[in-house]
Design a protein around this ligand. Structure first.
Ligand code: HEC
Ligand code: HEC
Ligand code: HEC
Length: 512
C-alpha cells in the first residue's frame, strides 16, 4: 500500500514535470500573440523563442567599441604596437557583434548590454539581464569559468538555469579561444552599468526555474565545441562554425518541437536544420537551405553576402526580426566571414527536393499592361502596388524588392506577405545602404478580403509558386500587425479603418 502511494506520487511528480516542461515549451514554441508597438518602449516584444527584435526602426544599437578602437588608433599613431591583450579585446568586440548580444541585452534606447529588454511570451514577460561588468547588477564578479559555463550550459553563477530564450545551445559551439576573447571584451571594454535587473513577470508555476534544469537535461545537447567534419572545405567549416554557433541562425530558422528545443542544431541527415522556423513576431523565418519553394535556391554566394550585409538584394528585402540581425550583427561581419557563411549555406541540401524551381511567366504582366487585370486581386495590385513593384513584378533594382521569384511568396504560408501589406515595412539602414525606403501600411485602407485577393494574386503570378489565402487568414494576422511609423505622415496606428488613405502608399494605376 505504502509502496503504491510512493509510486503514484512519483507518477504525479513526473506528470507535473512533464506539464510544466511542455507548458514552458508551448509558451515559447507557440506563435506570438502580441506584436510590439513601436509607440511604447515598455510594451513587451513577443516571439516563439522569447526573442526580441522590437526595434522596428531598424537602426543599429551603438556598441561601446568605439572608445577601444580610438585608443588603439592613438597607440598606433604614437608608434606603440598593439598588445596581445588589445587584439583579444578587439576580437571579442567582433564576436559580440557576431553573436548579436546587444540586440537582446539592451532595452530600447537603453545602455548597451545593461539588459531590461522585455521579451514577451504567452505566459508572461521576461527581461534580459545586465551583462556589463558591474559587480552588483551585472557579471562583474564572474570568473571566466562562470561565464563559459553559462554560455555552454545555461547555468548561471548563482546555479540556476536560464530560459532558453538565451541561445546557449548555439553558443556552446564556441571555441575556447573565442569564448575567452568574448569574456575579455565584456570585462574590460564594456562600461559597467548599475542598472538593476527586473523581476520576470512569469506567473507560477511556469516561473519555477527547476523544470528548466530538466529541459536542459532532456533537450540541450552536451556542450561540444564545434569540430569540422573530416574533409570539409576550410571556408565552409568557418561558415558552419559561425552559423551554428555565434550567429544562432537556427534559433529562428529551424523548426522547434512543442517542448521548445530546436529539432536539430546541426546539418544532419534529417535536413531539418535551417529548413524554416515558423513565425517570429508574426514574420515567417524561411528556409535557408539550398532549395526551391521559399529557400535560397537560385541565390549566388554574392547574393547571400549582399543580403546579410545590407538587408536587400535582387531577390528580396529584409523585414521583421531579420532587420535587426542585419543592422546589429551581420553588417559588421568581415567580407571573408560573410562569404564563408554564404558558402556554407549553399552546401545545405534541400529538405523538399521536389519543389519546382521558379521560372518567370509573363502572363500576369501582359494582362496588367493591357489594362485587363482579370481578377479583383490583380485590379487592386495595379491600383495600389504596381507603382513600386511594377506590373511585371520585377520592381526597381534593390530600391523596391521584386515580387516575381521572391522567396517570401513561394510557400503556402502567406503570413509574411499579409503582414507586410497590413503593417508596411522599412528596409534596414546599414553602412552600405544608408537609405531606408519604406512601404506604407495598408491596414486602414484595405479590408480583409481585399488583402487576401492581393496576396493570392502576388503569390500565384509571374511564375510564383505560393498558395492562395483567405480573408480569415488576413483577419488572424490583422489582430497583431502594427503599422510602421511613417515619418511626415499622419499617425495611422490608431485610426479606424477607412480613415484617411495614405497617398504615398497607394501608388498610381498601371505604374509600369
Ligand atoms: C535572443 C536573445 C539573446 C541573445 C542573442 C543573447 N542573450 Fe544572453 N540572455 C538572454 C536572456 C533572456 C537572458 C536571461 C534568461 C533568464 O533570466 O532565464 C540571458 C542571460 C544571459 C546571461 C546570464 C546573466 C545573469 O545575470 O544571470 C549572460 C552572461 C548572457 N546572457 C550573455 C550573453 C552573451 C555574451 C551573448 C552574445 C554572445 C548573449 N547573451 C546573447 C537573451 C539573449
Ligand atoms: C511606395 C512604394 C511601395 C508600394 C506602393 C508598395 N510597396 Fe511593397 N515594398 C516596398 C518596399 C520599400 C519594401 C521593402 C520593405 C522592407 O524591407 O521592410 C516592400 C516590400 C514588400 C513585400 C515583401 C517583399 C520583400 O522581399 O521584402 C511584399 C510582399 C510587398 N511589398 C507587397 C506589396 C503589395 C501587395 C503592395 C500593394 C498593396 C505594395 N507592396 C505596395 C515598397 C512599396
Ligand atoms: C530573431 C530571428 C532570426 C535570426 C536569429 C536570424 N534570422 Fe534570418 N530571418 C528571420 C526572419 C523573420 C526572416 C524573414 C524576413 C526576411 O526575409 O527578411 C529572415 C530572413 C532571412 C533571409 C532571407 C531569406 C529569404 O528567403 O528571403 C536570410 C538569407 C537569412 N534570414 C539569413 C540568416 C542568417 C545567416 C542568420 C544567422 C546569422 C539569421 N538569418 C538569423 C529571422 C531571423
Amino acid at each position: 500500500m505504502k509502496q503504491k502511494k510512493l509510486i503514484s506520487r512519483g507518477g504525479d511528480l513526473a506528470l507535473v514535470l512533464a506539464a510544466v516542461t511542455v507548458g514552458i515549451g508551448m509558451a515559447f514554441a507557440a506563435p506570438s500573440l502580441t506584436v510590439p508597438s513601436p509607440a511604447s518602449a515598455s510594451a513587451p516584444v513577443s516571439s516563439r523563442v522569447g526573442t526580441v527584435y522590437a526595434k522596428r526602426a531598424a537602426v543599429p544599437t551603438p556598441a561601446p567599441d568605439a572608445a577601444l578602437q580610438a585608443r588603439l588608433d592613438a597607440d598606433k599613431a604614437a608608434g606603440h604596437a598593439s598588445t596581445a591583450a588589445d587584439e583579444e579585446m578587439l576580437h571579442g568586440a567582433y564576436l559580440a557583434r557576431a553573436g548579436d548580444c546587444i540586440a537582446c541585452h539592451t532595452a530600447k534606447g537603453g545602455t548597451p548590454y545593461a539588459g531590461g529588454l522585455p521579451l514577451g511570451s504567452p505566459i508572461g514577460t521576461m527581461y534580459s539581464t545586465n551583462i556589463t561588468p558591474d559587480k552588483d547588477h551585472g557579471i562583474g564578479t564572474w570568473s571566466y569559468d562562470d561565464f563559459a559555463t553559462l554560455m555552454r550550459t545555461g547555468v548561471t553563477k548563482a546555479g540556476y538555469t536560464v530560459y532558453p530564450a538565451m541561445p546557449y545551445p548555439s553558443y556552446s559551439r564556441l571555441s575556447d579561444a573565442d569564448m575567452h576573447a568574448l569574456y575579455t571584451y565584456f570585462m574590460n571594454v564594456v562600461p559597467a552599468s548599475a542598472q538593476a535587473n527586473r523581476e520576470n513577470g512569469i506567473p507560477w508555476p511556469l516561473s519555477m526555474r527547476w523544470p528548466l534544469r530538466f529541459w536542459r537535461m532532456f533537450f540541450a545537447p552536451t556542450p561540444t565545441p564545434f569540430a569540422a567534419p573530416a574533409g570539409m572545405d576550410a571556408d565552409v567549416a568557418r561558415g558552419a562554425y559561425l552559423v551554428e554557433g555565434l550567429g544562432h541562425c537556427s534559433s529562428c530558422h529551424t523548426p522547434r518541437a512543442v517542448t521548445m528545443q530546436e529539432k536539430t542544431l546541426t546539418d544532419d541527415d534529417s535536413h531539418l536544420f535551417l529548413s524554416g522556423g515558423g513565425a517570429v513576431d508574426g514574420w515567417i523565418a524561411p528556409s535557408l537551405r539550398n532549395e526551391n519553394g521559399g529557400g535560397l535556391a537560385g541565390w549566388t554566394q554574392a547574393d547571400i553576402v549582399t543580403f546579410l550585409k545590407s538587408g536587400r538584394n535582387e531577390h528580396t528585402a529584409s523585414f521583421g526580426a531579420m532587420n535587426d540581425v542585419v543592422v546589429d550583427s551581420m553588417q559588421y561581419m568581415s567580407d571573408s566571414d560573410l562569404n564563408a557563411m554564404a558558402k556554407y549555406l549553399m552546401t545545405l541540401k534541400p529538405l523538399h527536393p521536389d519543389a519546382p524551381a521558379f521560372a518567370y511567366d509573363n502572363t500576369a504582366a501582359t494582362a496588367l499592361m493591357a489594362g485587363q487585370p482579370g481578377s479583383a486581386g490583380a485590379t487592386l495590385y495595379l491600383d495600389r502596388c504596381a507603382a513600386c513593384h511594377r506590373a511585371n513584378g520585377t520592381a526597381w533594382g534593390t530600391a523596391f524588392p521584386a515580387l516575381a521569384g521572391n522567396p517570401v511568396l513561394q510557400t503556402n504560408d502567406g503570413t509574411s506577405a499579409i503582414h507586410i501589406i497590413l503593417s508596411g515595412g522599412s528596409q534596414p539602414a546599414t553602412a552600405q545602404q544608408p537609405s531606408s525606403l519604406t512601404m506604407a501600411p495598408y491596414a486602414q485602407i484595405l479590408n480583409d478580403q481585399q488583402v487576401a485577393d492581393i496576396t493570392s494574386f502576388i503569390q500565384t503570378s509571374w511564375g510564383n509558386h505560393g498558395g492562395t489565402v483567405t480573408a480569415a487568414d488576413v483577419a488572424k494576422v490583422r489582430k497583431t500587425a502594427t503599422p510602421v511609423d511613417m515619418p511626415g505622415q499622419p499617425d495611422m496606428r490608431h485610426a479606424e479603418p477607412g480613415q484617411g488613405a495614405n497617398a504615398q502608399a497607394s501608388g498610381t494605376a498601371g505604374g509600369e
